[in-house]
Design a binder for this molecule. Structure first.
Ligand SMILES: [Zn+2]
Length: 250
């Protein structure tokens, strides 16, 4: 074999090596870019209310609040997952205490915490859609829900992360208004309203946090609405757009 052939073979070998090296580098760059864009996504924690033996409210047609809140949280997560990193505090039918729900969000250093309910047990209301942000001062006299600070104080319970939410009160209020506006564009069966209240599950959240009551399943007309897949999908769209508005106005 001639020297020319040997040199040609060496060049060809180097060219092949370079080609594979470039391929590996391109793949690595692509993986890194994907990881970076994933890591740059904001984190949203959705908290389906109740679970396990804590069934929440029950509709006259047999709907449990714990089942509805989980179903809706999954639909909202699907709507959000292209733009955000979405986590659920529970993914199945089991009980979680309030510190457990908040610990998950705080340890993830989530950007938002959204608790989903549809029981209407928080205020003496029989219908309507409400979004609550944490506000101990605006504590209405008629709150009965067992998960309020009233219970905490009367039983002298020391909850974890107590009142960290105070520092996020203003931004949580803005988030509540953003989501309310978009829900009202997508949902027709009731007007969504915003209210400050000392909601215990929000009190320890170290990020903007709201609790959404998506209507009251104890009200037969609203239970019927909340069993409609289209209505749940519209809630997810409204909440997603409200979140988008909130982040773009920060
Ligand atoms: Zn509830």
């Amino acid at each position: 074999m001639s020297a020319y052939c040997n040199i040609f073979s060496i060049y060809r070998y180097i060219a092949i090596l370079l080609f594979f090296a470039m391929l590996v580098m391109a793949n690595t760059a692509e993986v890194m870019a994907k990881e970076t864009s994933y890591n740059n996504k904001k984190i949203i924690v959705l908290d389906p209310g109740h679970g396990g033996h804590d069934k929440g409210a029950q509709g006259t047609n047999g709907t449990y609040e714990k089942t509805l809140s989980l179903k809706l949280a999954h639909i909202i997560a699907k709507e959000l997952e292209d733009k955000y990193r979405v986590f659920l505090t529970r993914t199945d039918d089991y009980r979680l205490d309030n510190p457990g729900r908040i610990d998950a969000a705080n340890h993830l250093e989530a950007d938002l915490f959204i608790s989903i309910h549809s029981g209407g047990s928080f205020l003496h209301k029989a219908n309507g859609i409400y979004i609550y942000y944490y506000n101990e001062i605006s504590w209405p006299a008629n709150i009965l829900e067992s998960t309020t600070l009233k219970t905490i104080k009367s039983k002298n319970i020391q909850p974890q992360w107590h009142n960290i939410q105070d520092r996020h009160k203003a931004t949580s209020h803005v988030l509540a208004e953003s989501v309310k506006n978009r829900i009202n564009e997508h949902i027709e069966f009731a007007k969504c309203k915003v209210q400050g209240a000392p909601v215990l599950v929000l009190s320890g959240a170290d990020m903007p946090a709201i609790l959404i009551e998506t209507g009251y399943i104890s009200n037969p007309a609203e239970e019927k609405e909340l069993k409609d897949a289209k209505v749940l999908s519209n809630f997810a769209k409204g909440i997603s757009k409200g979140i988008e508005d909130f982040f773009s106005n920060l």
